[in-house]
Write a protein that binds this ligand. Structure first.
Ligand SMILES: Cc1cc2nc3c(=O)[nH]c(=O)nc-3n(C[C@H](O)[C@H](O)[C@H](O)COP(=O)(O)O)c2cc1C
Length: 361
């Protein structure tokens, strides 16, 4: 049997197979509150051993995109309970991805009375999706040290809320140019205090968050997503040796705290040396997400460079992705027009094999 389909027994994670549904923002949380439609969407995809939810904000100012969910109010916790219980009924584990968008935001996407913040006052180049079309990113206000302390506390509270909502754990979004990665990048983080300058200072906020969350909910319930060398969301690239050191040291530090997994996101991939050194620095589960097909993912599992493999778009367009790859059936095409539009179209209405065979027989 292919490794993809075999149960996974990690030190912290036990899953029905080796397949993870990657976190994907879908903007269906009207009023930033998770709802029944989202519970249906996630349950449809519970063939995955582990589901990681869409990026979810720990506070109002981290809601940089329209209609993304939060985990800081009672209504949001209640809404998420519907999602976690549905997914557990489907036999999957589910982690909540904590995402503070930082400067990758537009002020019109935030609730009233909140402003776009950044690790430094460095505006992102480019445009962001809003319900009034694509607009330039807003200029961020630089966080002061009290602001950073508040954000750390918000993450801890959000992680506690996630456990109260029935999640098996939380994944910190340290990838793709959002707030945590903004703090790691020397061109976006130009602070001169304890949170800027050296590699150690630049990872301080991430480490304080991981440390405090771990102390509160347990290391076995914490994962971290990183994307070394990825430049999306206006992340300037920097010297290869410095990127390598930044992430290998980070892997070593979070390993010391014993977190459940490290999730590496990059397509088309990171240098082999960086991958190997991260693998050696981190003892627990490594999840890799790298534009996989079922075949390339199986190779990654077989060659031992990943413990689990994550698929994004394949799960988005194929609720029964596991069944399809098991039967070698063709995959549905992704509809790019409905990725972030409200409602069930392009969300819960992708056809399943059973449905197709019932209308063709
Ligand atoms: C519609 C969409 C939304 C995404 N939102 C997130 C997100 O909220 N958090 C995150 O870490 N990655 C996000 N991603 C990236 C995916 O997790 C994944 O890394 C990427 O799609 C590459 O994997 P794939 O080739 O299997 O799709 C998103 C991707 C897509 C297509």
């Amino acid at each position: 049997m292919k490794k993809l389909f075999m149960p996974y027994r990690g030190a912290a994670l036990q899953l029905k197979n080796h397949v993870v549904m990657a976190p994907m923002t879908r903007s269906r949380a009207i009023g930033n509150v998770p709802n029944e439609l989202m519970a249906i969407y996630y349950k449809q995809r519970s063939g995955a051993g582990l589901i990681i939810t869409e990026g979810t904000s720990p506070s109002p100012e981290g809601l940089g995109y329209p209609r993304i969910p939060g985990i800081f109010t009672d209504a949001q916790i209640e809404g998420w309970k519907g999602v976690t219980s549905s997914v557990h009924e489907g036999g999957s584990k589910i982690f909540l991805q904590l995402m503070h968008t930082g400067r990758i935001a537009h002020s019109s996407n935030l609730p009233e009375g909140h402003q776009v913040v950044g690790f430094s006052a460095v505006k992102a180049a480019g445009e962001i999706y809003t319900d009034n079309g694509m607009l330039e990113y807003s200029a961020p206000v630089a966080l002061d040290e009290a602001g950073i302390a508040r954000i750390i506390d918000d993450h801890v509270k959000a992680a506690e809320n996630a456990i109260a909502a029935g999640f098996d754990g939380v994944e910190l979004h340290g990838a793709h140019g959002y707030l945590l990665e903004q703090s790691l990048n020397p061109y976006v983080n130009n602070r001169e205090d304890n949170y800027g300058g050296s590699i150690e200072n630049r990872r301080r906020m991430a480490m304080e968050i991981v440390q405090k969350i771990t102390a509160s909910i347990g290391a076995d319930k914490v994962g971290l997503r990183i994307s070394p060398f990825l430049t999306s969301n206006d992340m300037p690239s920097y010297e290869e040796a410095a990127v390598h050191e930044t992430y290998v040291q980070l892997a070593r530090e979070v390993n010391r705290l014993g977190i459940a997994y490290l999730h590496i996101s990059n397509n088309p991939g990171i240098p082999e040396k960086t991958h190997q050194d991260i693998r050696e620095a981190f003892a627990n589960t490594i999840i890799y997400c790298n534009g996989f097909t079922a075949e390339t993912a199986e190779e990654k599992l077989q060659d031992g460079s990943a413990d689990l493999v994550a698929f994004g778009r394949s799960f988005l367009a194929n609720p029964d992705f596991m069944e399809r790859i098991e039967k070698n059936s063709p995959l549905n095409e992704l509809d790019y027009n409905t990725l972030y539009s409200p409602g069930e179209k392009g969300y819960t209405d992708y056809p399943e094999l059973n449905y197709i065979s019932s209308i063709t027989s």
